[in-house]
Design a protein around this ligand. Structure first.
Ligand code: GAP
Length: 495
């Protein structure tokens, strides 16, 4: 029952996102391109505000973190060194009847979830352990055996007529250079992090950075996901906000704990209820990591990863040192406990990596509310996006009560002043009530109405989105009131 409600809520969010210009299917007029999406006029604003929130928190409020913007194309050896050419694979399996392709581990995960739902917890735990072992050992035959043993059928054809399990590399590749013969195969980056690693020394030297310090970046990443589903949750083209924090060997555990806490605080400052978030500490670690945790959010389809915090040791820099033949070391002239300089070393790295699109999705889901405003026999309702005012695409909507008597001119003059500081929208069509509802649906925290009294005493009505309260205020106080709720200070200077 609860599942249906969640499914419905999720569907409503998706159609709301399209109806109001937040997210569209890519190339929709050609029936779309699977797992690729475009952000519309309001989506682009919300996305930019999320980026600003992250960039301010990570770069501008940390003296020892700087931001870069590296290219999507990188030398092919980068991906050899990083391990992506050989190891960035998903195990996939095809159903011979439906011709549908699945991730073998995902089929098993779904089965585990079903066992858990049916109260068969022992069976679920056993299968989980067996699957983890098979994945770790890269034992593809064992994955197929588990699928057969647990009688997993294709959700489309209903048959158990499976191919062998094969590894499928998730990187997209293309030809670099104009001539077919002279061209070289390059990859579209599957993570932004490598652009940071290869620039580690450039930034350290040119910025005279002292360890510990961080390099941050926001940018596109591409993965040829075997199955892409749940709207913008798993896309083939998406955006990451990543930060690599370079530390002294031996201080990595301390900084991992610091960033784990700091990143959750960043999420919670937006006012999301704490119970919607949880950490998922990895028990089985990638070979280069000595600690890893996911920050998970409770989406309508369950708790899922939004951000990863990884203690990546000196793996990436050492690999690049080996493959490029260039030293990726830092000379630390601070003194250790024995009074000697720490000297030369390859720094250790703590990474924070958040998917911008997933953050966007959780923000929409969290803000979306269908409110029943019925009173007695009078039925009424509204759809509301209770976005944090800092994230709202428009901060203020300006309405002249009518289209005549000089009210539009007065409203335009107010807007011309406010738009220098705030993203504003002007609307004069429809009744005021309808205009309020439209702004509620896109999350605009304030609506300002200019009426005949405004022409006499320079006051307007300002209406608050969440409470629907209206107050009369002087035009000259509008800036201050709107800024008090929409300034980034409201997020960063709490108690
Ligand atoms: N540099 C580390 C790294 O890329 P990851 O866990 O593979 O780690 C980090 O990705 C974040 O990127 C995830 O927590 C998720 O939010 C986002 N992400 C990964 N794959 C994605 C996809 N196909 N679509 C949307 N977001 C994705």
């Amino acid at each position: 029952m609860a599942k249906n409600t969640n499914d419905e809520q999720f569907k409503n969010v998706i159609s709301h996102a399209k109806e109001y210009g937040f997210v569209f299917q890519s190339s929709e007029i050609y029936d779309g391109l699977s797992a690729v999406y475009d952000y519309g006029q309001l989506g682009a604003e919300l996305k930019n505000n999320l980026k600003t929130y992250w960039w301010k928190a990570m770069v501008q409020l940390h003296e020892n973190i700087v931001g870069i913007d590296s290219a999507i194309f990188m030398h092919p050896k980068v991906w050899k060194a990083s391990g992506h050419v050989d190891g960035f694979n998903d195990p996939m399996i095809d159903n011979k009847d439906s011709k549908k392709r699945y991730r073998a581990d995902q089929l098993l995960e779904d089965k585990i979830a079903r066992y858990e739902k049916d109260g068969k917890t022992d069976k679920a735990a056993k299968l989980q352990a067996e699957m983890d072992d098979a994945l770790k050992a890269e034992d593809l035959q064992q994955l197929k055996t588990l699928i057969e043993q647990h009688e997993i059928a294709c959700p489309v054809s209903g048959t158990k007529n499976w191919t062998e399990v094969r590894q499928f590399n998730l990187m997209f590749s293309t030809q670099f250079g104009a001539m077919a013969e002279g061209s070289e195969e390059v990859y579209l980056r599957p993570e932004t992090a490598q652009g940071i690693f290869v620039n580690f020394l450039n930034v350290q030297k040119s910025g005279r950075m002292k360890i510990p310090f961080g390099i941050a970046q926001i940018g596109k990443a591409f993965r040829n996901e075997v199955i892409a589903r749940q709207f913008i949750m798993r896309m083939r083209e998406f955006e990451q906000m990543e930060m690599q924090f370079f530390v002294r060997p031996g201080e990595d555990k301390k900084w991992f704990a610091y960033w784990k806490e700091a990143r959750l605080k960043w999420h919670l400052a937006l006012g999301t209820p704490a119970e919607k978030y949880r950490y998922h500490d990895h028990v089985k670690l990638a070979h280069y990591a000595n600690a890893a945790t996911d920050i998970e959010f409770e989406f309508p389809f369950g708790f899922k990863e939004v951000e990863g915090i990884h203690s990546r040791t000196d793996f990436d820099l050492s690999q690049h040192q080996e493959y490029s033949g260039k030293k990726m070391q830092y000379f630390d002239n601070d003194l250790d406990e024995t009074g000697k300089p720490y000297g030369n070393y390859v720094p250790y790295v703590i990474e924070t990596s958040i998917g911008l699109d997933r953050m966007f999705l959780l923000t929409l889901i969290n803000a979306f509310e269908e409110q029943d405003l019925s009173e007695g026999d009078k039925q009424d309702s509204r759809t509301l996006l209770r976005l944090h005012p800092c994230l709202a695409p428009y901060k203020v909507a300006i309405f002249p009560l009518t289209k005549k008597d000089g009210l539009p001119e007065k409203a335009r003059a107010i807007m011309d002043n406010l738009k220098l500081d705030f993203n504003c929208i002007y609307e004069e069509k429809d009744a005021i009530g309808k205009r309020y509802r439209r702004q509620d649906a896109i999350g605009t925290p304030f609506c300002v109405t200019v009426d005949h009294q405004t022409l006499e005493d320079d006051t307007v009505t300002i209406r608050h989105r969440d409470t629907m309260e209206q107050q009369r205020i002087e035009i000259k106080h509008l800036d201050e009131l709107i800024a008090s709720k929409t300034s980034w200070k409201t997020l960063f200077c709490k108690d």
